[in-house]
Design a protein around this ligand. Structure first.
Ligand code: IDC
Length: 249
């Protein structure tokens, strides 16, 4: 049978550490039937904050995910730092640490750049990936590695034409149902049909800024499309931030 991974993404771990708790992870795994959790480590905050403390939150999240039989995405959440090469040295150090710590643990999935944006091109992302992926592969020869795509992980046509030369890599697509409609769904269908491996590491029921209205009609279309294409996804976010994408209020 085909395994499909579904679950939630946390909000920024360093802002909402209380959601990294054993009881909640047990609940979303066993009562809500999710088998995936994404841990969003905002790279900007990691690089400019208390690294040791931030890593401790992440490590607790990985521990609770494994204890509850879930897959876990360790997400290097670039956003304000719009090009992953901006904090390259920090990224190498981060992935070296965590890849070593979680060497060959099958639950762990590595997401190396959340949403490249601004002027960041697919060539920039390839350059970064060609440096970061070997750091992870040194300890995890078979781990699944997820690579963000230009313009907030929407432009999956680039890797479709010009993929990386590594095995067990998937490309990241994000959608927010109230902002992204049929033209985006059509693009996703086309790229998936071309055989390009796509992983939806983040999606939302609301508008693309994480707030605004929820579009239930588009929501239904998106998740039935994801299901029909057997795509893995997470929903943003497992938090109570005052915005419509937050699932706790
Ligand atoms: C957003 C938060 C928003 C915050 C911003 C920057 O919702 O309040 O100001 O981060 O820290 C994404 C990003 C994710 C966003 C999320 C929803 O990956 O970090 O969170 N979103 O806005 N891409 C599209 C939407």
């Amino acid at each position: 049978t085909l395994a499909v991974l579904k679950g939630f993404s946390t909000h920024g771990l360093t802002w909402f550490p209380k959601y990294v708790n054993q009881g909640l992870f047990r609940q979303i795994s066993s009562e809500w039937n999710t088998n995936l959790i994404r841990l969003a480590m905002y790279s900007y905050d990691y690089c400019n904050g208390n690294k040791k403390k931030n890593l401790e939150i992440l490590e607790k999240g990985v521990e609770f995910a494994i204890a509850n039989d879930m897959y876990v995405i360790i997400d290097w959440h670039i956003l304000q730092d719009n090009n992953p090469n901006e904090n390259l040295a920090e990224a190498i150090d981060f992935f070296n640490k965590i890849a070593k710590k979680y060497a060959n643990i099958p639950n762990v999935i590595f997401e190396i750049c959340n949403e490249p944006n601004g002027n960041t091109t697919w060539d920039d992302i390839k350059e970064y990936s060609n440096l970061i992926i070997p750091v992870i592969r040194r300890y995890n020869p078979d781990a699944l590695i997820l690579v963000g795509t230009p313009n907030y992980s929407r432009e999956i046509q680039f890797p479709a034409k010009d993929p990386l030369e590594f095995k067990n890599v998937m490309y990241v697509f994000h959608f927010y149902a109230a902002s992204h409609k049929d033209d985006f769904r059509q693009k996703l269908r086309k790229v998936v049909a071309s055989g390009t491996p796509i992983f939806i590491t983040e999606s939302g029921l609301c508008e693309e800024d994480g707030d605004g209205h929820i579009d239930l009609e588009s929501v239904k279309k998106w998740y039935s499309l994801a299901d029909s294409l057997h795509l893995n996804y997470t929903i943003w976010s497992l938090s109570n931030k005052d915005e419509t994408c937050a699932i706790v209020n």
